[in-house]
Design a binder for this molecule. Structure first.
Ligand code: MN
Length: 137
């Protein structure tokens, strides 16, 4: 994408190359704070979403999403997708398989906070099925 739009007041950051293999489409990552809670602004171009993944931890952990711009989705395995708009907050418990990303026709931006925990790690799984994603508005 040559021209990225100005979205929320939070910075866009750089292309999310480090995690690109776990995403479909282009995303951008802007670190906002590293301590005490790692906090990032994540931007998804239209159609961009991350693969199914799990935030593991033996104690604490999980992820908090604060939606700041556009329209997107959050889905837990076996449940219908939840549409997300600015002001929505998603609490993702550790151990829950899920994905998050943009709607196909909208940029989407959320703040992501990585909740500190013990033995925490991220497990990246399969991409979100194109047909299933395509049925979302
Ligand atoms: Mn997540």
């Amino acid at each position: 994408m040559q021209n990225t739009p100005q979205l929320s007041a939070f910075p866009l950051g750089n292309k999310n190359d480090a995690y690109a293999k776990y995403f479909i489409g282009q995303s951008y990552l802007a670190p906002l704070a590293l301590k005490p809670i790692p906090t990032f602004n994540v931007t998804f171009e239209p159609g961009c979403r991350n693969n199914w993944h799990i935030h593991h931890a033996s104690r604490g952990g999980g992820q908090l999403l604060i939606c700041v711009w556009g329209r997107g989705y959050y889905q837990e395995w076996g449940k219908p997708a939840r549409e997300l708009k600015p002001g929505d907050v998603v609490v993702i418990p550790p151990g829950v398989k899920h994905w998050h990303g943009a709607a196909k026709d909208s940029w989407f931006q959320h703040i992501a906070q990585e909740i500190p925990g013990e033995d925490s790690s991220n497990e990246w799984l399969e991409p979100v099925d194109d047909e299933q994603y395509g049925k979302l508005g």
